[in-house]
Every structure is written in structure tokens, then in C-alpha cells.
Design a protein around this ligand. Sequence first.
Ligand code: KG4
Ligand code: ZN
Length: 340
Amino acid sequence: MYILGIESSCDETASAVVSDQKEILSNVIYSQIEEHKPYSGVVPEVAARAHLEKIDVVVKKTLADANLSLEDIDAIAGTCGPGLIGGVIVGATFAKSLAFAKKIPFIAINHIEAHALSVRLTEKVEFPYLLILASGGHCQICVVHDIDKFQILGRTLDDSVGESFDKVSKLLDFGYPGGPIIEKLYHEGDCERFSLPRPMCSKGNCDFSFSGLKTAVLNASQKCNSLQDRKDLAASFQKTVSEIMSFKMKQALDFCFDQGIKINAAVISGGVAANLVIRENLKKTCGLIQFLVPPVRLCTDNGAMIAWLGIEKFKRNQINLLDFPPRPRWPLGENFYARI
Ligand code: KG4
Ligand code: ZN
């Protein structure tokens, strides 16, 4: 079985063909970085227009790379939210139109759920598993009990972790996209130079907060006189975020242990999971517990994770009508909400 997945919720126009045998036949990503660079961040209207311009080219290339035609596709999975509504409308409408024209099933995908399940495309991991979901729009820790059953242990009270990378990069004048830029600067700066706060780390829960850390970086940046000073501050920020993530992972592991939740692995996914410093630290924190993470290219937005969740849902007969609405907000596991 082949599923075509289409993604357009933020600043990547992406699509992929994935088989139920976990084979990624093609995975095409058109990044809008150049369009948004002048503004040091994603501009929703610019994003929507760019999706509209590129979506047909991206999908055609996806089919060509897979050496398949639309006739070979069994179902279309399209991101219907959450995300920037203009982009979501473009991708979801394109996906539905293809499904309608070819008379094949349409599967409405929650983008966050796709990040959360993406690890199962490349790794053999059974439910339940512990997950830190860290992207540009979201930051939460949960136990994934099933494809649509998420027990939320904690979440950010303000910024997401990806957003804090982006904002810190912007305020230090290093530009967009912040995550990969700051990760690179970590190796060029002295991460011990600035002592930054680790908000919520004296509290024994799984919630995050990044706004105080961002303000601390802003204050420290006022004392930076040279490029090297700013690199040192970026490196110190990277180290601090990595420590926060590890601290919270430990809290969550302890919670699972105390509650008798027998997790099969600890996982991080979402764009920030591409960060090798964070990955290495989390691996150490997990000790003997199996630590899994999707390959770097499947951490940031892509069509393969959308197609994969399509397969997981299709196998369970979870298909949708074509009037499924595009949703700017769509909480993870809204039908199974258990917060500690
Ligand atoms: O999952 P994603 O591609 O889009 C959303 O669903 O939001 O995540 C994008 C976020 C951005 O904030 C970006 O700065 C961050 O992921 N990111 C990283 C890295 N690569 C992307 N953060 C830290 N280190 C990275 N290497
Ligand atoms: Zn994403």
C-alpha cells in the first residue's frame, strides 16, 4: 500500500510517498527559508503564497522520484492543522482535490500527532512510549499510549523551545532559522561563559517555561561588545536549553516509574529533535532506558511523517470526509485528554 502525504502547515512545502512496509519511496521538501529570511521569521501571508506556488511542483516531483503515478496511490494524507491557516488551507485543499479526483480515501492529519508518531516509521517501538515533542509551535511531554491517545505530563507555559531558539538567534542578530544557527555557534563559542537561568527546574513537574531564559539572554546581550561575545552567549543558551530538556526528561521518567507506566522507550521528536547537543544529552539522561529519535531529516517538517500517520490511520480504517475543516488550532489527543 502506498500513501501520499502532503504538508504545508508552516514554512516547508513537502510531500512524500511511504509504503506500509515503512519504505520512504520519495520525500521532497521545498523550504521557504529564503522567502522569510529578510523578515528574520515566518510571515504567514508570504508562507501561504509560497505554498500555493510550489505545491503542484513538489507533489509532481514526489511522484516522479518514487517512480509512481497517482493511479498507484491508495490514499492521500494531508495536514489539516494545527498551523498557519493560509498554508494549511493550501495543502489540505490540494490533498482533498487529489483524493476526490482519483476517488481514493482522504485522511486528515494532525501535524503534531504526525511528529509524535514519526519515530515509528524508522524505529520498531511499541506503545506506550515517553515523548518530548519539541517544535517551533509546540513543546510538551506526554506518554503516547496509542496513535490518538496522549497522556500529557507537561507543556510550556509560554514560548515553545523552537520559538525560543528562533527568538534568541534574532535578538543576537544571527538570523533565521534560529535552531540550526545556534547549534552551529555552540561549537564556536564558550558555553560556560554566561550563567543563564533554568526556569521551572526547581519544580518537580514536567512543565516548561522559556520566556525568562529569553529575557536573561536579552539582558546579557546588552553587555556583548564583540561577535565572540555573542557567540559565547548563543553557546551558553544552547547548553542551558539542553540541560532544561534533560532535567524535564528525568522528571518524566521518574513520573512513569512512580506511576507504574511501563514505557518501551523515551523519544524526542519535532524540529528541535534535530539538535545533536540535545540528543546526546538526552541519551545520557535515559541511561539504560532505550532512547530513540527520528533521523535528522525527519525531525523538521516533512511529508513522510504525514504519509506515515496516514498509514497508521488507514490500517485502522480512520479515514475522513472531504469536508474536514482546516484547523489553526488542534490540540494533541483532544479525544483522550489525561493531564497529571
Ligand atoms: O517541527 P518544525 O520543523 O516545525 C514546526 O512544527 O514548528 O520545527 C521548527 C523549529 C524551529 O523553531 C527551528 O528553529 C527548530 O525547529 N529547529 C532546531 C533545529 N532545527 C530546527 N532547533 C534546534 N536545533 C536544531 N538543529
Ligand atoms: Zn512541525
